[in-house]
Design a protein around this ligand. Sequence first.
Ligand code: AMP
Length: 281
Amino acid sequence: MQTAKTISEVRIAVRNAQAAGKRIGCVPTMGALHAGHLSLIEKARQDSDFVVVTIFVNPTQFGPSEDLSKYPRPLQRDLKLCEQAGADLVFHPDVPTIYQKEPQITVSVGDLATRWEGASRPGHFDGVATVVTKLFNIVGPDVAFFGQKDFQQLSIIRAICKDLDFPIEIISCPTIREEDGLALSSRNAYLSSASRKSSTVLYQALCLAEELTQRDEFTLEQIRHKMHSLLLSQPGVEPVYATIVDTERLEELEQRQTKIVAIIAAKLGQTRLIDNMIIRL
Ligand code: AMP
């Protein structure tokens, strides 16, 4: 496995792989890798011939009161895991490599960035869209792999490719969970043991949404209330949103559709967790 800290090293490695006729796959991450990230790398291994993992804790997607400085950065461990999972190249630039001084151009996302995660985290999705656009331009992949876990992010990345004409196939990978249902996240490490116990209620609320939408007994509005009540039933869980939306624009729905998505965010102490479940009716 190769590693690269500079853009030119990445471009040379990718050009060589392309010259050998290889299909380039890209897995963007912020590191602190867990089995969720590794499932993306393994999927990339299956679906492409040259797997580029990027590890970059992107400062522009963190708000001023968020956890940028304490975000875990176990680089040596991450590199080992990437190698075991089958990466060919890991790009782990430092901040000045990605962000030149006083950039004039950033990517700004429309409506889709103002809802849900965007409402709680102003500027977050513009930061994500800008860095993903830059990483796509640096790596130039044929295909890129993202987790369904970050459903709104995935919708925005699909919109970037569509609206900015990136010829990149976007593959959504299923959410990897702990045995009790908690979606794996680098932020789970911040949970106290009491919060960890309560945290399974997010998955339970999604399962409840799935079960109730598949029956005709309740309206979607009533189901939203039940999701909220279930979240509130666990000590220390503060719901931010718990609702049912369409899978493209993520607009709140009043009526059932054949494919919908239940989305949840909740605070447990200082830690904010998100999760979602696609429901087919
Ligand atoms: P992050 O390092 O948090 O930016 O995540 C990098 C990629 O891993 C994103 O595409 C995430 O959606 C994906 N990811 C994070 N957690 C999981 C999980 N539990 N299962 C599958 N993919 C995940």
